[in-house]
Design a protein around this ligand. Sequence first.
Ligand SMILES: [Zn+2]
Ligand SMILES: [Zn+2]
Length: 463
Amino acid sequence: MADFSYLSIVDEKAAFLDTLADAIWEHPELAFAEHQSAKMLIDALRAEGFEVQQNLADIPTAFSGRFGSGRPVIGLLGEFDALSGVSQRAGATSPEPIGAAGHGCGHNLLGVGSLGAALAVKRYLETTGCPGTVVYYGCPGEEGGSGKGFMARYGAFDGLDAALCWHPKDVTEVRVFSTLANVQVLYRFDGMASHAAAYPEQGRSALDAVELMNVGVNFLREHMVSDARIHYAITDSGGISPNVVQPHAEVLYLIRAPFNSQVRELFDRVCDIARGAALMTGTHVEHTFIKACSNVIPNEAIQRDLYRIMGQIPPPEPEPASLEFARELTLRSLAGKPDANPEAPLCLGVLPYREGDVLMHSSTDVGDVSWICPTAQIHAATWARGTPGHTWQVTAQGKSVQAHSMMRYASKVLAAEAVSLLTDPELLERAKAEHRRRVGPEGYVPPIPQGVRPMPMEALIEK
Ligand SMILES: [Zn+2]
Ligand SMILES: [Zn+2]
């Protein structure tokens, strides 16, 4: 059995880590506006002796904290942005919003859990004098922003030998999933206003164009790869007066498919449909590329090693009060959700390793890191079984005893895996060989074109 004594720092710093995660929970900030959250993490890195670099990729809330020297270089990814519309009182078991935004994806835990891992790796490097470097990445704008995609295009992850991440969830497991690549694009149509009854012949309706574009895309859906997904939201319907021909309208598209190349092809076809809609209505269309992220490339070599480590570091048993809270939440607000069970409201232990690649029909900007270096992730059961992501129920559980203890469990597993990669050259080489094979000869092509800047979520909401 390996010597895990360096992990004791996670217990020594438990109060500090839990308080930091709570403070981020209390200041929910949307994509690319996470100024307080980023500052809290940066202050913590500095206080712990990490060399901090701010303003990565020219993004004010993107940063890194580095400790150690030489190779290998292991990255630990942290997120800290919140979501609009999922505010909730901590510890409540039925809806009780307390503001506008909330940590409905658990990123207050994610960012601090990865920080805890960085502290433990630092402790290992200090006490053993072993060569190697750990880099904590403060990654803003995961939700709808693809912050890591912008950071990757800038080269922030170049030079990493491997990267590790985790995500809060309702189960504890190695995350073996690949995810969908995506692009998000805003289409704006401009027409001509006119009195809709007196002078309809002089009007050119931008709203008609948006409707025709959406119809065109609905027909496209039959002729795309079956795992692709296309969603849209009308962000400007041209005003509220039916007796005015709408002179402007906007629709925001999110296009997803299993591989970057398939997304690129679908994006071109959606642009053709937008042009067709403009032609049909005599309007003009322009698009603004908002963001994109790559599909996740799994790494079985590291994933299997994570599973081995999770077998050696068992998750903490939930406290009776945590079980009681989870049972109450399950009874009151999770009825009918898959896996929700008041008799067994929390996941105990580690789920068996899932064989083969499993496609998850969602997206994460961890995908872009996974194209650059071998990357692996775990889930830790911070939430009651059956809790769906992006909900008030997640926010409600974001400061719980269970959330804190499983966050620190994730810190320990990621730190132990980082040490495994630092000290086992054969493992790292296998991980790299697998990565080369999966990425293929073309390598990483950043899906975000040069010149596109991150768009704060608040700016999109205001549109
Ligand atoms: Zn999320
Ligand atoms: Zn998330």
